[in-house]
Design a protein around this ligand. Structure first.
Ligand code: OGA
Ligand code: ZN
Ligand code: ZN
Length: 402
């Protein structure tokens, strides 16, 4: 196929998807639908900006440089990839003519270029518009928190998959029930969402007691609450644990919302919170072939002081390297956080049933398990990790058709 002349198929697909509702609206190179209304009732050039008035009374003032940068024509955006081709490097050329065509905006620039914008697309992007997102905000667990459960068969429907993804992003944890006892089912589920994130334990790992374990999870001992792989600069975002066998006595799963407990710590003892969020410590995993280490605080906050990540794993905490006079205070803060995390008030527990799967935000929710007795029966989980970007992407794609 000639790469410069798009085939009629591609052109039609592009036109169809970009504007499913209003046949008069210009093509906007978007796959996410935008509203067909309200239409524009007035537009005028005003000193390096365009004043826009919509039929519902809303208005916006958009700098002409912004409009030029967002021109959706096929010279400015690639017809197939929808990516921007225009580079806003030159001194902005002013618009010389503004017109409304069936309620949509048309601008003629001083160099002769023509830009057409759908009214609804502009409306959605006016600077005063409330932020819209397909992604649910995070919600801390309350005392009666019970995880959302989705039936395995339902995640193969857009509705069930959306419910599963929304619960996971909102609550940081979601359950799946009634899946098949099939090897690698966890990978099949993961790959509906995105590629599995590989680590030093492989793309997909088996959790059961093994003869020469290189990790506490591969024994039968209890696992205190932890996050996986805090010794990586970028720990995996989302963990999936799929249960294939759980006949052994014990082995119940434990979880706590690290963000919620960090907020409790901040209220109860601001100094303890400060020590755990400001002092970076070392995490390190070593076996015969690997030595993976990083230095970071246990509680990480963003520039606004919001908690954005928990790194907590006592096995792979490395030598505590801090000024000697801060060490005792750091241990007091650590004990306090540990005790809060493990208190029944903040912890939930349940036994995973074969064919069940738990998915959780590994950078927010801590997980653990009670010890099990391998002489009473087999326990076998299969796990993998996913990047949060892939979950968010999937939700946006599902929202296109909802
Ligand atoms: C792990 C882990 C929990 C379990 O593999 O990282 O924490 O229930 N496993 O065995
Ligand atoms: Zn253009
Ligand atoms: Zn773990």
């Amino acid at each position: 196929m000639n790469s410069t002349v798009p085939s009629p198929d591609i052109l039609t697909a592009h036109l169809d998807t970009a504007n499913p509702v209003d046949p008069h609206a210009p093509v906007m190179a978007e796959l996410m639908p935008f509203p067909a209304a309200p239409l524009l009732c007035e537009a005028r050039i005003d000193n390096e900006a365009i004043e826009l008035y919509w039929e519902d009374g809303e208005r916006a003032r958009l700098p002409s440089v912004w409009l030029r940068d967002h021109c959706p024509c096929t010279t400015c955006r690639h017809l197939q990839t929808r990516e921007r081709l225009f580079i806003p490097l030159d001194e902005p050329v002013p618009p010389i003519e503004v017109q409304l065509e069936a309620g949509h905006l048309q601008l003629r620039w001083a160099d002769g270029h023509l830009s057409q914008f759908a009214a609804g697309w502009l409306y959605q992007r006016r600077p005063e518009a409330p932020a819209e997102s397909a992604l649910p905000p995070r919600k801390p667990w309350c005392e009666s928190f019970t995880p959302v459960r989705v039936a395995h068969a339902d995640i193969f429907t857009p509705r069930g998959e959306t419910a599963w993804l929304e619960a996971l992003l909102r609550d940081g944890l979601v359950l799946l029930d009634g899946g098949p006892l099939a090897d690698e089912e966890v990978s099949r589920i993961a790959e509906r969402i995105g590629p599995q994130r590989p680590t030093n334990f492989g793309a997909r790992f088996d959790v059961r007691s093994k003869p020469n374990p290189n990790n506490a999870a591969y024994t039968s001992i209890g696992l205190a609450l932890h996050t996986d792989l805090p010794n990586w600069r970028q720990p995996p975002d989302i963990q999936l644990l799929y249960c294939l066998q759980n006949e052994a006595e014990g082995g119940e799963s434990l979880f706590a919302d690290g963000f919620q407990v960090a907020e409790t710590l901040r209220q109860q003892a601001p100094e303890h919170f400060r020590l755990l969020s400001e002092l970076a410590i070392d995490f390190r995993f070593q076996d015969e072939t690997q030595d993976i280490a990083t230095r970071a605080p246990i509680i990480e906050c963003d520039a606004n002081g919001e908690v954005v990540e928990i790194r907590f794993n006592n096995w792979i905490r490395d030598t505590l390297r801090l000024p000697a006079e801060q060490m005792a205070a750091w241990y007091r803060a650590y004990r306090h956080f540990w005790t809060l995390l493990h208190s029944p008030r903040y912890q939930i527990d349940f036994a995973l049933a074969p064919g069940g799967m738990v998915a959780f935000d590994n950078r927010r929710v801590l997980h653990g398990r009670r010890a099990f007795d391998p002489n009473t029966g087999a326990r076998h989980l299969q796990g993998t990790y996913l990047d949060r970007d892939m979950l968010e992407s999937r939700l946006r794609v599902l929202a296109r058709n909802s």
